[in-house]
Design a binder for this molecule. Sequence first.
Ligand code: SF4
Length: 233
Amino acid sequence: MNDGGAEYAKIGIGRSTVLVISASGNINNPGVYEIEMGITVDEFIFSDQYCGGITNGKRLKACVPGGSSVPILPDYLVCKTATGEDRLMTYESLSDGGFATGSMLGSGGFIVYDENQCIVRNTWNFSRFYHHESCGQCSPCREGTGWMEKVLHRLEKGMGNMGDMDLLVDVAKKIEGNTICPLGDAAAWPIAAAIRHFRHEFEYHVLHPEKVKDPKHGYREPIMPKAPSAVTA
Ligand code: SF4
């Protein structure tokens, strides 16, 4: 403020200047950081100045860069875009590729997942939150968040079927853009993205119910994302 708007605008890249971001999950230095935007996501996750890398030397599995409502990114799209560019901590770079291969910086709630975390369980947990928060004013959100939570719950508990993933995507599409406030979109996007990038993990829950009935299955049964060629819009 002392130096004026022109000086402030020199910070960062374009409209991405300074951001207060909260980093959590499987990282060595969880906390709230004020960053000059434009550093790479790789630097933010792995440098000691910020997140300090993945706990216990494990591999990065996924990242939700902007809070629970934004699309989750699998490991190969976290630090690089689909075209191989370094992913930057900017609004533009994190959304590069749209929802097919990108995400959003959203509210700056940066969550990191190591190789042992269960994406189905995480998605179910997000859906519980949005179902709980739905005020019930409009039908797609009131009913849809509840249906999605129920379907995700049965998948996570090893009681789902192979049609559940398409059912979830269908319900998410019917909520998206059809509600009074953005909570409907916020509930739909993370579920659609989790199935887009980790469908094989949802299928694993259907095919191996005896393994996923153990509530700690995510810790014992690493299920890694497929290669980048598996990405579909
Ligand atoms: S979308 Fe917003 S207004 Fe509609 S039910 Fe959900 S929380 Fe309420």
